[in-house]
Design a protein. Structure first.
Length: 427
């Protein structure tokens, strides 16, 4: 029989935790995605960067991000999310601002890689943080509020960055958009508690009810001895491969959309910024709807693979229409963006329902690190194909194929044995 969380407790947690989670991940996403605007605004010309090298520099972030996911998650799981994210905020805000001060290619490459390193722990740490505060029936929605920091940030960043670049240049854009993370680090330190037991704003009864619910959920999951056993499980391996392919589509899209739109039209940077924002507005709506339905129906896979298939078909359709039908092609890009973002909440709710708490954070970090590797491949290959062919057609085909592979891998994931309380993954 399923235990329900007291309504008063649920309301307190949503209002206290979700704004913090959202702002933190928003700032992380701001400082990794604005390179696409610098590329469209002339950083390559100013520093003498070739098109091929520009693709590599844009993608270097994800190599640093790939290597330091798991150590960060283990620290967050065993020690403190609060301390880890505090240090990360200061370091990545500083790296982002320094990007606006570079004068040569090697320093730019080093900063992009280090930015990935210091941001690597943020996503798995925040997923661990959410699992400390929210129950299974809430987790898809809670994850979505975290990851909404991605499209919502790109939504307003696309507009603001367009104006900043147009008025002050790409250097001042990086500096202006790096400093808020440092300011937020101070605020984070004073308002965050790692676990409900440390929260002064919860009553003793509320803490007890939440703890009992979370303990009951853990008891229903098959025990896993260590990270090695968790990492070797078929479900985790398939989810790693799936997220790798999915991320190829997402980050190829995010990083190079401004350049694709600018090259396919006669618009300036401000208009390009507004056009770049629209897919993320659609994505925000789709993410909220998908996560709500996933929690209500207690199903995960059914809210992952259909959206990815729609994204693949939209990319293929945009390729077939070509630049001669700009607005129809653009409309399909909006659909592709929304469809690729919609499943994040349900997807990241799968692992805590498959694996116990002692290894779930590490498994999510492994999956996210493979996503980072896919992001590197997507951002590098898409940028390279755009430069080599002079049009986005080849990159649309590449992203579409990657999403189809992600659909097949999602359907192949099966729930672990002996998990009576797990979600309906087979659906």
């Amino acid at each position: 029989m399923q235990t329900t969380t007291p309504p008063k407790l649920a309301v307190r947690r949503w209002w206290a935790i979700m704004p913090i989670v959202f702002i933190t991940y928003s700032l992380a996403y701001l400082d990794r995605a604005n390179y696409g605007f610098a590329a469209a605004a002339g950083i390559n010309h100013d520093l003498g960067i070739s098109k091929g090298l520009s693709s590599l520099i844009g993608a270097l972030f994800f190599l640093g991000y790939f290597f330091f996911q798991i150590p960060g998650a283990i620290y967050a799981e065993r020690r403190s999310v609060k301390k880890l994210v505090f240090v990360s905020l200061i370091l990545w805000g500083g790296c982002a601002a320094l990007t606006g001060m570079v004068s040569n290619i090697p320093s730019l490459m080093a900063i992009r890689f280090v930015l990935g390193v210091v941001e690597a722990a943020v996503m798995p740490a925040m997923l661990v943080f959410i699992s400390n505060w929210f129950t299974k029936s809430e987790r898809s929605r809670a994850n979505t509020f975290l990851i909404l920091g991605n499209p919502v940030t790109v939504l307003w960043m696309s507009v603001v960055s367009g104006y900043l670049v147009n008025s002050f240049g790409w250097r001042n854009m990086f500096i202006a958009e790096g400093l808020p993370a440092v300011v937020w680090a101070v605020i984070w330190w004073f308002i965050v508690q790692d676990k409900p037991a440390q929260a002064k704003w919860l009553s003793a009864q509320e803490k007890s009810d939440l703890d009992a619910t979370l303990r009951a959920e853990q008891a229903a999951i098959k025990p896993v001895k260590n990270y090695g056993e968790a990492f070797r499980s078929p479900a985790v391996i398939k989810l790693c491969a799936q997220y790798f392919c999915w991320s190829i589509g997402v980050y190829g899209f995010v990083l190079w959309l401004p350049s694709i739109l600018k090259n396919a039209s006669s618009f300036g940077m401000i208009e390009t910024g507004w056009l770049s924002a629209m897919p993320y507005l659609a994505a925000t709506i789709a993410m909220i709807a998908a996560s709500w339905a996933s929690d209500k129906l207690n199903a995960r896979k059914a809210f992952v693979w259909p959206f990815l298939l729609i994204g693949a078909l939209a990319f293929a359709g945009s390729y077939l229409l070509g630049s001669t039908h700009f607005w129809a092609s653009y409309a399909l890009l909006v659909i592709a963006g929304a469809a690729m973002y919609a499943p994040y909440g349900p997807f990241f709710a799968i692992v805590p329902e498959l694996l116990p708490k002692n290894v779930a954070g590490g498994a999510m970090a492994l999956i996210n690190s493979m996503g980072a590797l896919g992001s590197f491949v997507g951002s590098y290959v898409v940028g390279y194909l755009n430069g080599a062919t002079g049009s986005p057609g080849a990159s649309y085909v590449f992203m579409s194929a990657a999403l189809v592979a992600a659909v097949v891998l999602t359907l192949a994931v099966r729930p672990q044995a002996a998990a009576s309380g797990s979600a309906k993954l087979a659906h």
